[in-house]
Design a protein around this ligand. Structure first.
Ligand code: ADP
Ligand code: ZN
Ligand code: ZN
Length: 731
């Protein structure tokens, strides 16, 4: 049979590759291979090969295929990325002004996942074969294998309680045969009614509301419930509903340290563990979760913000817990807000999204107010326990003596709490021993050589550390500037220094510092969180890590060492963020049994944030804050975008930032501020200048920025321009 010319016509595909270019590149599809939009492929890119995804099939590209490179590999064992996910990638790129390939990169986070996991050797009983001589060890092995399934050698030895040599002996005698078995069986399915807690009437009403949103398909629900009101128990019912509808569910948490407790609670409710996705999981598990999510074997994922980009086969629910948390904002590469993008993903695919917090963001409050989100409130704790009694300690009047950080009233309260056998938490959002070290003789201050930041003394590690670039150096014996010996003094407290004072005051108490940077990493943290949960520590000194989500049943007192710390930031959300953080952390007190107390050390007892916290009238605080934002045209009533210029040369970076500002297209709707030297003027040797644009809510700020950057001078000589839509961090 003769072939028509048509049959030899080559297919041309545009492939999105994981690099920062604005568009997909075109490639030839090798003969005999078929691809569709979403197919994951390998393509040559300059001197290397990269994994990308087919974004489109060019119907009649006016390109000479001879000039095109060919796709080198089609991953046909992996399902193509579906249309919803591709639309989501494009949407995020368009919104953030990021390169679509860089967004895709967040989807293709595990190259290992694209190949099936190689089978592992296992052993199986040879039917009818008996060992030459029966021993009790051998009998145990054969009994363990009665179900007829294959086992791994070590798994079998462990299960039967014998040494692996017993198994080897049975293989030699041909009683067992070596077979290859799948590396990981599919994870067990969650059991919807495994152990459903009896919900309170208030919780039941919210759960019913969440379940009803599935009828509508899409929609965002905000659960505004005080700490301990049982938001988790309630949204578990939404997860159960998604599973009942044969959909997958995703729970986003702001902090990996929270997952441990969450995993256990989930297991208690559904009888199995959910899959985890965050930076700490091993490449092998990462690949398994990715594959399982794509195949549908994994039904529920709990993860950090990046799990939003997993290739779910049939995602039907996203829950964003602690939705107000700034950790949901990614600042580098593609700056995006996982909370906001979760709402977008739900909208694209038509499924419900649930936001939960004891202190929702002003944005979500306003969205609830104008009816865009459905609001449910849980104003009481599930246990019926009262919310903690909060009081301020005015440091101007009742502060500690010089060189001490705990006011006498706080010390007294810790003493009473300790005497009663309960736990105290001292909260200070500052890692290390002291935020600044200086020389008493010459005034020399220890600063990072690469960043405009003081070096923070970490006494446990005997180092001075830069919290921005990670640079560290040993604490010297002599001042590097004037050579005086014993002249260095620590200024201000970090958690380690507070811990020192606590040990001094309460030598009998078991104290524990919880901070993300202590040796031992996440494993240690998990262990320590558990110790606290089980009552194995009396006084805990912690950074914001302890503020989030955790349930510490024995905790009765929360002392905030410096309630003013966040207020000084030049950030339009400084008040909101401080309120949220302090409400969260004091909310750790007396969650289960009540009788909790919170003491806030402050020099600004009259500040609206402090007053709002003490009055217990959260609504009044939010109303005032919302009004202030409305008047100032700040988010969510206006839109902000930051443009950060950075470069190795200070003069050059500043000059470019000015030229860029001059090139901004005039538009009445847009206010342009800056350029100004960033609060963190230098990071990792790069000098930084910030421009800020403000516009009314309806204004298409993205189009404006695109126009501006297209027309404006192009960055050269190592300059970088980073756009941050709706910035959260103003450093
Ligand atoms: P939130 O997430 O709102 O802070 P949690 O869901 O963590 O609250 O609940 C706080 C504590 O109360 C947990 O220990 C939880 O198991 C318990 N709890 C919540 N609801 C119930 C309920 N209906 N019955 C029994 N215990 C509950
Ligand atoms: Zn000196
Ligand atoms: Zn540094």
């Amino acid at each position: 049979m003769l072939f028509d010319d048509q049959d030899f016509q080559e297919t041309i595909a545009s492939v999105l590759v994981p690099v920062a270019v604005p568009k997909a590149y075109t490639y030839k599809v090798p003969p005999g291979q078929s691809v569709v939009p979403g197919t994951i492929v390998r393509v040559p890119l300059g001197p290397r090969e990269v994994v990308g995804a087919v974004w489109d099939i060019e119907p009649d590209a006016a390109i000479n295929p001879k000039k095109l490179k060919s796709i080198t590999r089609v991953y046909d064992q992996t399902p193509p990325l579906d249309e919803d996910l591709r639309r989501f990638v494009d949407w995020v790129a368009n919104w953030t002004l990021g390169a679509p390939g860089m967004v895709l990169r967040m989807v293709l986070r595990s190259e290992e996942a694209l190949e099936p996991e190689p089978p592992v050797p296992g052993v199986r009983r040879v039917e009818g074969a008996e060992p030459e001589r029966q021993t009790s060890a051998r009998r145990r092995v054969l009994e363990t294998m009665e179900d007829g399934f294959a086992w791994t050698r070590s798994g079998l030895a462990h299960a039967a309680g014998v040494s692996p040599s017993v198994i080897d002996g049975l293989i030699q005698q041909n009683v067992l045969e070596v077979v290859s078995m799948p590396a990981a069986p599919p994870p067990p399915k969650p059991q919807l009614d495994y152990a459903r807690k009896k919900l309170t009437d208030a919780q039941e009403a919210v759960a019913a509301g969440l379940v009803s949103t599935f009828e509508k398909g899409t929609g965002v629900t905000l659960i505004d419930g005080v700490t301990g009101s049982g938001k988790t128990e309630v949204y578990f019912e939404a997860i159960a509903e998604a599973l009942r509808r044969e959909k997958q569910a995703l729970v986003l948490l702001p902090e990996i340290a929270l997952t441990e407790q969450f995993l256990r609670r989930y297991e208690q409710r559904f009888g199995v563990y959910p899959a985890e996705w965050h930076s700490e999981i091993t490449p092998k598990n990462r690949a398994r979760v990715w594959r399982g999510v794509a195949s549908g074997d994994v039904r529920v994922v709990i993860g950090a913000r990046s799990s939003l980009f997993l290739p779910f086969r049939e995602l039907g629910l996203i829950i964003v817990d602690e939705e107000h948390d700034a950790a949901f904002k990614q600042d580098d590469r593609v700056p995006y807000s996982a909370r906001d993008m979760a709402v977008v993903r739900g909208h694209i695919s038509g499924f419900p999204v649930v936001l939960a917090s004891a202190t929702p963001s002003v944005e979500s409050h306003v969205n609830a107010e104008i009816g865009r989100y459905t609001l449910y409130e849980l104003p009481e704790r599930a246990s019926g326990a009262a919310l903690p009694d909060l009081q301020a300690i005015d440091m101007r009047l009742d502060g500690p003596e010089r060189g001490r950080w705990l006011a006498p009233r706080l010390v007294h309260a810790i003493k009473d709490t300790f005497a009663a056998g309960d736990q105290s938490l001292l909260f200070l959002n500052r890692r290390g021993y002291a935020p600044l070290t200086l020389c008493r003789t010459c005034g020399h201050r220890f600063q990072c050589a690469h960043c405009s930041a003081w070096l923070v003394e970490h006494r446990f590690q005997k180092r001075l550390v830069c919290h921005h670039c990670g640079h560290f150096e040993p604490v010297p014996d002599n001042c590097p500037s004037c050579q005086s010996a014993n002249s260095l003094v620590a200024c201000g407290p970090g958690v380690e220094r507070v811990a020192e004072e606590v040990s001094d005051l309460f030598p009998q108490a078991r104290t524990l510092v919880l901070s993300s940077d202590l040796p031992g990493g996440p494993e240690r943290l998990k262990r320590e969180m558990k110790i606290v949960e089980e009552g194995g520590a009396d006084i805990i000194i912690g950074t914001q890590l302890v503020a989030k989500g955790h349930n510490f049943p024995k905790m009765k007192l929360v002392g905030v060492i410096d309630a003013d710390l966040g207020l000084a930031h030049g950030d339009p959300r400084a008040a909101e963020k401080t309120f949220q953080l302090l409400a969260q952390v004091t909310g750790r007190a007396g969650r289960v049994t009540g009788g909790g107390r919170g003491l806030l050390q402050t020099y600004n007892a009259d500040h609206p944030v402090i007053k709002g916290l003490l009055s217990g009238d959260k609504h009044a605080f939010y109303q005032a804050e919302i009004e202030a934002r409305r008047v100032a045209g700040l988010p969510p009533f206006g839109r902000l975008a930051a443009v950060v210029v950075s470069g190795p040369d200070k003069i050059f970076a500043e000059g470019y930032a000015r030229a860029l500002a001059r090139a901004a297209p005039p538009d009445e709707a847009v206010t342009l501020l800056g350029p100004a030297e960033a609060a963190l003027a230098m990071v990792r040797g790069r000098h930084r200048y910030r421009l800020l644009t403000m516009a009314p809510r309806q204004f298409d700020l993205q189009s404006y920025l695109r126009r501006w950057l297209n027309q404006g001078p192009k960055p050269t000589k190592g300059l970088r321009v980073q756009i941050d839509i709706d910035p959260q961090h103003f450093m």
